[in-house]
Design a protein around this ligand. Structure first.
Ligand SMILES: Cc1cc2nc3c(=O)[nH]c(=O)nc-3n(C[C@H](O)[C@H](O)[C@H](O)COP(=O)(O)OP(=O)(O)OC[C@H]3O[C@@H](n4cnc5c(N)ncnc54)[C@H](O)[C@@H]3O)c2cc1C
Length: 444
């Protein structure tokens, strides 16, 4: 099959000569023998990291759960299994992903290739920290099992390697035990950035912490936000009438965005109004509450095709991490610039990350990460280029899973590890076999 393809942001759109969905290792090996490829999971990376104009390989045909150890919570599965299916299978037995991003609609291969992080990165690290081993198919079709003690280099480079080291076929990883399907949340409104960062720094006992920012407020309201601290609820914390079936939560109704929204529906006035309303509404709910796991971790999954609200031109996400000592100054500079421009997201998200993970090119580092969406317009793209320079000046780096438009030279200056990655790929000849729109654009 051929056609056009893009990531979740629907930008850029690429004409792809072949989109294949193999269901066996033999079929996959045949594809690899025919020229350059990139693996694609569930297409939730925002840009062109899972798009190859020659051959893009949809890995969702490899979707079997192979083994589960009920004593340790270790799952062994194929790389195309969807994270949400893992939750459906194992939450009723008291297990939940140790690390999850803000959507459950990703594959395990995509989680490894981006080494995804969640709201608990500071305490628990990224997905790779729970990986026992992975099987990777190389350009010649051979399969290598790698782990922290076996073929270590391949193991470390594949985590956060964005599909550029080979095709992940299978993985064994550990889940975390939980007592209920409920989350004990403590919502703390913060007047400004100082208050928000104070809440994060003091929240060392909470497993999860995230802040939703109003990124259009400037001046003395710069950084006005709702900080949500949370933990998995114990049985005694949930209402007594739910305790007999602590993993049963009400199913949410799913709604769809049926059509592309007209782009002019999103402007600084609608965004400002939305942010003010969201903050006011959240502040009313300040304090502790019990929420179900699906609404807490995956609020956007209830709205199918929500990426259509930005209209046909699509949208770009900006996600950076700033080192701890430069976080305050860097965030202030970024938020001031965004507030002055008057364009930005419905919501911006701030998280406190912990130390760098074991993956050789993983995104996280100890500090603060800011993520926000911009509808793709010329004005937004030039604002984003300014934001990039602010990140570079403060020693920060960028998240490849969210990128669709970074500049190669700037990226390599911000993250010198990627130069070494590109060289290692060239030496091993991998650059001829595994590449994506992103790897070509960014010289990876
Ligand atoms: C609403 C939303 C919220 C998100 N929140 C977060 C968050 O909180 N934290 C976070 O870290 N990320 C977050 N993300 C990003 C998302 O977790 C990652 O982009 C993830 O990689 C997507 O997985 P996927 O299966 O859709 O992979 P795709 O988007 O299809 O591919 C992503 C990368 O993985 C590679 N890949 C996929 N499968 C394989 C395989 N089998 N073998 C080798 N390489 C493979 C691809 O080549 C590509 O480079 C979010 C995304 C969305 C849409």
């Amino acid at each position: 099959m051929s056609g056009t393809l893009s990531g979740w942001g629907r930008f850029p759109v690429t004409q792809v000569a072949r989109l294949a969905r193999p269901r066996s290792e033999t079929a996959l090996r045949d594809l690899l023998a025919q020229g350059p490829v990139i693996a694609r999971g569930n297409g939730r990376a925002y840009g062109d990291s899972a798009v190859n104009a020659d051959t893009t390989v949809d890995m969702r045909g490899f979707n079997r759960i192979l083994d589960f150890d009920a004593a340790t919570g270790r799952v062994t599965c194929e790389a195309g299994v969807i994270l949400g299916d893992i939750i459906t299978a194992f939450l009723p037995r008291g297990w939940f992903p140790a690390v999850t991003p803000g959507t459950k609609l990703i594959t395990i291969g995509g989680a490894i290739a981006a080494d995804v992080h969640g709201k608990n990165h500071r305490r628990d690290g990224s997905f790779g920290q729970y990986l026992d081993w992975i099987d990777v198919m190389g350009a010649d079709g051979t399969i290598t099992r790698c782990s922290a003690t076996q073929e270590v280099d391949l193991f470390r480079r594949t985590q956060g390697g964005m599909g550029l080291t080979g095709m992940i076929l299978r993985a064994a990883f550990r889940l975390r035990p939980v007592a209920t399907g409920w989350i004990a949340q403590d919502m703390r409104p913060a007047r400004d950035l100082t208050e928000a960062m104070q809440i994060f720094e003091a929240a060392t006992d909470s497993t999860y912490a995230v802040a939703w920012f109003d990124c259009l407020s400037g001046g003395d309201r710069l950084g006005r936000s709702l900080v949500m601290l949370a933990d998995h609820a114990e049985v005694a914390q949930i209402p007594s009438w739910r305790r007999a079936r602590p993993f049963d939560v009400p199913m949410r109704a799913k709604r769809n965005v049926p059509l592309d929204a007209p782009t002019r529906a999103l402007n600084r006035y609608t965004l400002r109004a939305f942010n003010a309303l969201y903050h006011w509404n959240g502040a009313r709910k300040a304090g502790p509450s019990i929420v179900d796991w699906d609404s807490y971790f995956y609020p956007l999954d209830a709205i199918g095709h929500w990426n259509r609200i930005y209209g046909k031109p699509g949208f770009a996400q900006f996600q950076c991490v700033l080192p701890l000592d430069a976080s305050r100054a860097g965030l202030e500079a970024l938020l001031n610039r965004i507030a002055a421009a008057g364009q930005g997201s419905f919501l911006a998200v701030l998280k406190r990350l912990g130390p760098q993970p074991t993956g050789a090119h993983s995104f996280p580092m100890e500090g603060y990460t800011l993520a926000l969406d911009f509808p793709v317009t010329e004005a937004a793209l030039s604002l984003l280029a300014e934001l990039d320079r602010i990140v570079l000046d403060h020693g920060g780096r960028f998240y490849l899973a969210k990128d669709s438009r970074l500049d190669a030279a700037l990226l390599h200056r911000a993250d010198p590890r990627l130069e070494a990655f590109a060289q290692a790929r060239a030496v091993a000849g991998l650059d001829h076999h595994f590449n994506s729109g992103q790897s070509r654009r960014l010289n990876l």
